[in-house]
Design a protein around this ligand. Structure first.
Ligand code: NZQ
Ligand code: ZN
Length: 385
């Protein structure tokens, strides 16, 4: 196992009816800005629950944070923050709203010229407004991690900072019942790929992390399809298991002390930045191709994955690995996600542009060995055609 330092200070309030915990989780004298997206919270009762919980607080609201939140939208919150002396942010939504709120929190107290430098230049953040969140879409783990992804003019880029980790997160599985099948599928596959990117690398004999990761993958494989099936889709136990699995997949725990890949995500971000494809739908296209091209580098872990996650014990090593990759693709298809670029109407002619922006964004040494160069990324995209 590699050395690591691990702390996750986000206080989780999990379960049905937990939104009311907001009233005590946010200091009573705080001036709160409630941030949200395109309005789903107004039709599924979440907004009303938040309003009730904030009855004793002074609060304002900032709506319209879009999926794949944009710098331009997020910067509009700064005027409200100044005008009302806001000192606490409450994000109510999915990964986009929470990520966007992390950027708003850092930008509000940034002392440089342009807050975009936090992302583009890795400029230092000395402080950030505190954040709480009510998660409405299990997927990203953003509710208790330090990462955020923001898009500016087609450039979709991540940043990480301990100062933007939410102080608390409310996870009520009941609020996920209003999600469309598409968003449920996206969420399950995003969480699956987060787990894979921290697990399917090379072995460092990290047994706890491996077994945790395998448990999360098996949970998502078992429960994901149930959240789409007519007779089980409203089952709160299914939603609860998906919600907790997605959170655990990227809260730092399974990634501590192990090598991490993230090439699927970085290549996927280019597909979203250039063509607006949903985040998870880029991952379901890129991951199978990466596993095929990196089979040698990932051989031991692929065999472990085949045996422990897919119960594949018969046949040669090559057969077991190939079958494990096929089953991964079949799982994505069962979750109604694309697995090829042609499924999202892209072909060979789009690859050069994607590689160019990947290079421009400095994503030239990807993967757990740092050896996925732009040429290898090109091969990966060709295989995904
Ligand atoms: O905007 P509203 O009206 O709320 O609608 C949203 C949005 O249209 C809707 N939705 C959310 N909760 C709902 C709901 N609709 C009905 N009922 C509910 N309960 O779902 C749509 C998609 O929401 P979004 O927040 O974009 O989805 P997701 O949670 O998948 O977040 C994706 C974003 O997170 C980033 C992605 O790149 C992408 O920008 N990621 C963040 C990560 C992190 N912070 O660690 C890691 C991930 O890998 C990912 O990159
Ligand atoms: Zn993701």
């Amino acid at each position: 196992m590699l050395n690591f330092s691990f702390q996750n200070a986000t206080h989780i309030y999990f379960g049905e009816g937990q939104i009311k915990a907001l009233s005590n989780a946010i200091p009573k004298d705080a001036k709160v800005l409630v941030t949200y997206g395109g309005g789903s919270i107004k039709t599924n009762g979440v907004y009303d629950q938040v309003v009730a919980a904030l009855a004793e607080h002074s609060w304002f609201e900032f709506a319209g944070i879009e999926p794949n939140p944009s710098y331009a939208t997020l910067m509009k919150a700064q005027a409200l923050i100044e005008q009302h002396d806001i000192d606490y942010l409450l994000a109510v939504g999915g990964g986009s709203v929470i990520d966007g709120t992390k950027f708003i929190a850092a930008a509000a107290l940034y002392d440089g010229a342009d807050p975009w430098d936090i992302i583009a230049q890795g400029a230092e953040i000395k402080s950030a407004l505190p954040i709480g969140c009510v998660l409405t879409l299990p997927a990203t783990g953003s509710e208790s991690n330090t990462a955020a992804v923001v898009t500016r003019d087609g450039h979709k880029l991540p940043f990480r900072n301990d100062l933007v980790r939410p102080a608390f997160a409310v996870l009520d599985p009941a609020v996920t019942l209003s999600l469309s099948d598409r968003q449920i599928s996206n969420g399950v596959v995003d969480a699956f790929v987060h787990t894979v990117e921290q697990y399917l690398t090379y072995s460092v004999n990290a047994k706890v992390q491996d077994r945790f990761a395998e448990g999360l993958l098996q949970t998502l494989i078992e429960e994901g399809p149930k959240a789409l099936a007519a007779d089980t889709k409203n089952d709160l136990a299914v939603r609860a298991n998906i919600m907790w699995a997605a959170s655990m997949a990227l809260n730092g725990l399974i990634g501590a002390g192990v090598p991490q890949d993230w090439a699927t995500h970085m290549i996927g971000h280019e597909l979203t930045g250039a063509y607006g494809i949903d985040h998870a739908r880029t991952l379901s296209i890129v991951l199978p191709a990466i596993l095929k091209i990196r089979t040698e580098a990932k051989r031991d872990k692929l065999l472990q994955y085949a045996e422990r996650v897919w119960q594949l014990t018969d046949g040669t090593e090559a057969v077991r690995i190939q079958r494990a990759i096929e089953l991964t693709e079949e799982f994505f298809v069962a979750m109604q996600l694309p697995t090829r670029l042609m499924d999202v109407n892209l072909d060979e002619t789009h690859i050069d542009g994607l590689i160019e922006s990947l290079t421009q964004h400095g994503m030239v040494q990807l993967g757990e060995h740092g050896d996925i160069t732009p040429d290898v990324s090109r091969e990966i995209l060709r295989l995904a055609l």
